[in-house]
Design a protein around this ligand. Structure first.
Ligand code: HAM
Length: 425
């Protein structure tokens, strides 16, 4: 026989198996429930967008646009890009569908994003985000609402003690232009001490130098001018208001003067929820204000603020903290010991599903030896095991085994549904 080489998944793009998806579903349902409780509504967006959208929104000289986008020409020669993030598409959709003009919108979306980064734990080439965006509100109270909402998610998931909020204000474009000049001037005096990455960013994406992981350069930066000294009056007030509100509603935060974010559309508030429990990819959720983006993409001036949760990182953290999170068990396992019993088993299973919509019931259609079916039921962690055999059915009976206690009882066919309903509710 010819040996066929296996085709494998693309590097950095993961499969999520049923043991994983139970955790994802649990997390996603908690997040969606919290979002609904604040009146946020879902928007579904295309995975492919035209390349100029991301270039214009994220910025030509950002890492994402320069090095990480999956862009290609389609059959018509149009340049398309697999979305590296959701904000740009959300803004595009809002403008196109007239959602922003004179309106407030509280939206969320979730789905796959694509960045050609070097894969490692917590960093993938296809990853999932849940993004939340609020449009039409400029007051810092909406920034606070988003932070409060995210904190509620962490509490509901039991990870609040493992995650910290970092906060900063990067002011207006004018602020940043002035600060950039000052930072370049400072960096120029240390040029020979900077690494390749920082030297590359120094003139193109200057503020990102502040993000360096190099401890030596980090130390050098202790003497660099501070962004907060360059903030315009309104941004300063906006940030003070936000901090005051967070203090009043007892949300803990740390002001990180070096937090600048890697996408160009931000102004004023930027924030990240970070954990020390996941190694180097510790930012679980990140976002900020982007008051000029709607206009830059062709819409009317619309203040906006939002964040996105990296769902893989959230799953990793949740699993680390809730190490005993168990697969939801199967309630009932039907063992078919003789093929002739199959139709009655199916009828009973359907009646039970009608009566108990949350019931989890598996029927074993393979119908092989009892021991094998029993093993399979245990693999699913089934609570009860109902055996359909020709002999028993001849006297209108079935045998029920409680798999946690080992007890067995014989049930008369007409009572099966009511007895199981009693046992399972
Ligand atoms: P971002 O910081 O680029 O922001 O991504 C948000 C989060 O997505 C990160 O904090 C991280 O948890 C996760 N993430 C990013 N890249 C990867 C990757 N390669 N693998 C796994 N997880 C990753 C944005 O995308 C903005 N659109 C957030 C936003 C929404 N700002 C305002 N509204």
């Amino acid at each position: 026989m010819i040996k066929v080489e296996n085709i494998q998944a693309i590097r950095g793009m993961n499969d999520y198996l049923p043991v994983d998806t139970v955790v994802w579903q649990k997390i996603e349902s908690v997040l969606q429930q919290v979002l609904a409780s604040y009146g946020y509504r879902e928007i579904r967006l295309p995975i492919l967008e035209s390349t100029p959208l991301f270039k214009r929104a994220i910025g030509e000289v950002t890492d994402v646009v320069e090095k990480e986008m999956y862009s290609f020409e389609d059959r018509n020669g149009q340049s398309l890009t697999l979305r590296p993030e959701g904000t740009a598409g959300c803004v595009r959709a809002g403008i196109e569908n007239g959602l922003f003009y004179n309106q407030q919108q509280r939206l969320w979306y979730s789905g796959a994003m694509f960045r050609h980064e070097r894969p490692q734990k917590g960093r993938y080439r296809q990853f999932y985000q849940l993004g939340v965006e609020a449009f039409g509100l400029s007051d810092s109270s909406i920034d606070a609402e988003l932070i409060l909402l995210s904190a509620r998610c962490w509490k509901a998931l039991g990870i609040m003690d493992h995650i910290e909020l970092e906060l900063n204000s990067i002011g207006s474009l004018v602020t940043r232009t002035a600060y950039r000049q000052a930072l370049i001037k400072f960096l120029e005096t240390y040029q020979d001490k900077l690494d390749k990455d920082c030297r590359r960013r120094m003139y193109t994406n200057t503020l990102r130098v502040l993000d360096t992981k190099d401890p030596y350069i980090q130390q050098l930066l202790n003497n660099a001018p501070e962004l907060s000294e360059y903030l315009d009056k309104e941004s300063k007030q906006h940030f003070t208001d936000l901090c005051t509100l967070l203090d009043q509603i007892k949300i803990k935060y740390r002001i990180n003067p070096r937090l600048v974010r890697g996408l160009d559309y931000y102004n004023r508030t930027v924030f990240e929820w970070v954990t020390k429990s996941l190694g180097s990819q510790g930012t679980v959720c990140a976002g900020g204000r982007y008051d000029t983006l709607v206009e830059r993409l062709g819409g009317h001036e619309t203040p906006a603020v939002g964040f996105a949760i990296g769902l893989e990182r959230l799953v990793l953290l949740f699993k680390k903290v809730n190490s005993c999170f168990a697969m939801p068990v199967i309630d009932l396992y039907f063992a078919i010991l003789d093929e002739s019993t199959l139709s009655i088993a199916i009828q009973i299973s359907e009646t039970l599903r009608n009566a108990m919509p949350n019931l989890k019931l598996i029927t074993d259609y393979r119908g092989d030896r009892l021991a094998k079916q029993f093993t399979r039921a245990n693999k699913y962690g089934a609570r009860f095991f109902l055996m359909f055999s020709k002999d028993k059915l001849a006297t209108k009976q079935v045998l029920l085994k409680n798999l946690s206690t080992g007890e067995q009882e014989t049930l008369v066919l007409v009572n099966v549904v009511s007895r199981l309903m009693t046992l399972l509710t």
